[in-house]
Design a protein around this ligand. Structure first.
Ligand code: NAD
Ligand code: DAU
Length: 334
């Protein structure tokens, strides 16, 4: 089987490519990635000689058409993925997440290729802390940020192309991922690498916001489950019952690194900051039989802390520029 993975040099895509190459020798993998600031070929180093890598833009219609013509399956991870960046400059988000997805869909329908669309729980907006509800496949779309609204737009394009043109597409909406190869701009790697650098972790506002953490390997196994057992035209939510508030995450990272758990800074809050995400993955579990392997967040986080401690050469080149960007955006200690 010939598989095209977009965004395969990013965090989740690179983990997906590594897992696929290691566990599915019958799959021939091509990665299409523009290598933006978020892409890193070093994340593919362990499998580099067993894949084809194409540096290019998903909004380049000629390139996309050529690549999809020779492919059986496309798994689409490529995106601008960081909420804070989308608040500073939404324009690349519209271009990559909306126009890029549109470009892929047009080639998918022309060549009749199976398509899996990677999306986020943020399309559903947020929940109150005391709301017993969780997101399901039937929750109405209500995105808050430029990032989540462009992801919601891309999901709606996929649904329309499935219904109107009959493309064979599935969609998954997953909660917050953690694990190796995540860019140091994101919450968990940022705080781990801050502590390793002797810098106090930065918590937005009071840190009461809740995210529903899932290990990236569990997300990617769920994606293969949906590709193999899901029904084309359908959406599946992916989550592993991992709700934790940000303050607890920061305190746990400090503890795991042998520091005082109160040794963090409260900084400027994110405008429009979503309060809580929570996934009900009953459909994925009962209809498709998926189960997470990482059930204990603290031990998954400990393994992630170890990975960043052991792989400084991977994250160090991005660290200073990332912190400068946060400072330039006006982040200040409260
Ligand atoms: P990431 O930012 O780490 O990686 C994105 C990758 O896409 C990078 O390698 C980048 O170079 C590439 N890319 C960006 N624009 C491109 C373009 N125009 N053409 C080709 N390649 C381009 O993102 P991630 O965290 O790995 O997220 C991957 C996907 O998963 C995204 O679609 C995101 O919305 C979704 N998602 C992420 C999470 C999470 O917690 N990180 C959770 C749910 C869903
Ligand atoms: O829910 C899925 C989404 O999870 C994905 O669609 C996004 O691509 C991914 O980036 C992530 O979005 P979040 O905005 O939830 O992730 P982030 O890592 O940016 O922040 C997680 C939480 O931590 C959020 O409440 C903001 C907070 N935070 C973040 C940073 C970078 C801090 O308190 N301090 C920080 O320095």
């Amino acid at each position: 089987m010939k598989l095209l993975v977009t965004g395969g040099a990013g965090f989740i895509g690179a983990n997906f490519v590594q897992q696929t190459v290691d566990e599915r020798p019958d799959v021939e993998v091509t990665v299409l990635d523009a290598l933006t600031y978020a892409g890193n070929v070093e994340s593919l180093a362990p499998v580099r000689d067993r894949i084809e890598f194409v540096q290019g833009d998903i909004a380049d219609a000629d390139l996309v058409d050529r690549l999809i013509a020779g492919t059986d399956l496309v798994v689409h991870f490529a995106a601008e993925s960081h909420n804070d960046n989308s608040l500073n400059d939404p324009s690349p988000f519209v271009r990559t997440n909306v126009i890029g997805t549109f470009t892929l869909l047009e080639a998918i329908r022309k060549h009749g290729v199976r398509y899996h669309h990677i999306s986020t729980d943020e399309v559903y907006g947020d929940l109150e802390l005391d709301d017993p509800a969780r997101f399901t496949e039937d929750t109405p779309y209500n995105p808050s940020s430029p990032y989540s609204s462009t992801k919601a737009s891309s999901d709606l394009l996929v649904r329309a192309w499935a219904r109107s043109f009959g493309i064979s597409a599935t969609i998954s909406n997953c909660s917050n991922n953690y694990g190796p190869y995540q860019h140091v701009e994101k919450f968990i790697p940022r705080q781990i690498t801050n502590v390793l650098d002797g810098v106090r972790p930065k918590l937005y506002g009071q840190g009461l916001n809740v995210r529903d953490w899932i290990h990236v390997e569990d997300h990617n196994r769920a994606v293969w489950t949906i590709i193999e057992r899901g029904t084309p035209g359908e959406t599946y939510l992916i989550g592993a019952d991992g709700e934790v508030d940000n303050r607890t995450v920061v305190r746990t990272i400090l503890e795991l690194l042998g520091k005082d758990p109160d040794d963090f800074d409260a900084v400027t809050d994110r405008p429009g900051h979503d309060m809580r995400y929570a996934i009900d993955a009953t459909r994925l579990r009962t209809e498709l039989g998926w189960q997470p392997r990482y059930r204990d967040f603290r031990s998954g986080l400990a393994a992630t802390v170890d990975w960043y401690r052991d792989n400084e050469q991977w994250w160090r080149p991005q660290k200073d520029a990332t912190e400068r960007a946060y400072a330039a955006a006006g982040e200040t200690v409260l």
